[in-house]
Write a protein that binds this ligand. Structure first.
Ligand SMILES: C[S@@+](CC[C@H](N)C(=O)[O-])C[C@H]1O[C@@H](n2cnc3c(N)ncnc32)[C@H](O)[C@@H]1O
Length: 300
């Protein structure tokens, strides 16, 4: 089931209502009838959040009561793993074929912006022996970008709240023959000692997460002194949440302010600001013409 972070925020007072509804429309319409699926979801949203006042009321509720705890996932969190999930993980997600298909998909995308990706990976591989923690494995684009340049002496651990996404990292590591493992855990409470890693990286992941300040403070905690945090993030116009707010008549400036108050991803400037409060200093950044920026921080 797919609940996005902003939906979770808006239904924080009644997550079971949202979950039950989403389960129903996913089983009925997704993925074979996406048009009906999206129309049903839109109608549900309009029924419960008919106007701007209700939208604001719900955001204020989350600002005051929301917390960094798991309420839903794309597939399953560790504690909810079913036998079907385990079977899928063994038979499909951790296979070398899955690794190859993720690596092939990634190489098509990486070839479109080779300079930007070289910049991403060369900053990640800054030490002679790199210990890398990737935040959000997802479909594994960033994972493949990192693993294809890893050496034998490097070590990778990826984290995703979704168990099956975590297993994509195992498959990609198998395919490239590198030392890497994906684990299912939340970024709000990383299961690592302080200062364990030379690098923390994340490709296009913060945009989907709740509670950004805690995630950045955890990233800083696990980084060694002079370690680097390398993030590939969307510039303002590219982020999903803006179109949501537009529907309820919010300007870009208002949207940016609300997202910051909600502790959701707002824009690259927000990330710079919060990171600097957790001891991470921006060393460098590179942006393409349109959607992406890569930010390189150092732990001071
Ligand atoms: C857009 S995907 C990441 C894309 C991926 N990095 C890539 O390069 O293909 C976002 C991922 O973030 C994960 N996620 C969202 N919130 C999380 C949290 N609090 N802790 C850990 N993972 C989280 C989701 O499960 C999802 O797999």
């Amino acid at each position: 089931m797919i609940l996005n972070a902003l939906d979770e925020v808006l239904f924080w007072e009644d997550i079971p209502l949202l979950k039950t509804f989403m389960e129903k429309i996913v089983s009925q319409y997704y993925p074979h009838d996406p048009e009906t699926y999206f129309n049903e979801k839109k109608a549900f949203m309009m029924e419960h959040i008919p106007d701007r006042n209700e939208f604001i009321k719900r955001m204020e509720y989350y600002i005051n009561n929301g917390s960094p705890v798991w309420v839903s996932g794309r597939n399953s969190l560790g504690e909810e793993i079913t036998f079907d999930d385990l079977q899928k993980a063994i038979l499909s997600n951790v296979t070398i074929q899955n690794g190859k298909s993720k690596a092939d998909m990634a190489s098509v995308l990486l070839a479109k912006e080779p300079e930007l990706w070289d910049y991403y990976t060369s900053n990640i591989m800054h030490a002679s022996k790199n210990t890398i923690c990737e935040l959000t494995i997802g479909a594994g684009l960033g994972t493949a970008a990192v693993m294809r340049v890893m050496k034998d002496s490097d070590l990778y651990i990826g984290v995703d709240i979704d168990f099956l996404c975590a297993k994509n990292a195992d498959a990609i590591a198998k395919y490239f023959g590198v030392n890497g493992l994906g684990i299912a855990a939340s970024l709000w409470n990383l299961p690592f000692d302080n200062e364990m890693f030379t690098t923390v990286c994340c490709n296009q992941g913060l945009e989907e997460c709740r509670e950004i300040p805690i995630i950045l403070s955890e990233a800083s905690r696990i980084l060694e002194h002079s370690g680097k945090m390398v993030l590939r993030c969307k510039n303002l116009e590219g982020t999903t949440w803006y179109s949501y707010f537009e529907k309820y008549g919010f300007s870009i400036e208002e949207t940016r302010l609300w997202l910051r108050k909600l502790r959701l991803y707002s824009d690259v400037g927000q990330i710079e600001e919060i990171a600097s409060q957790t001891g991470l200093k921006l060393l460098d950044r590179k942006s393409d013409e349109g959607v992406w920026s890569i930010l390189v921080f150092e732990k001071r």
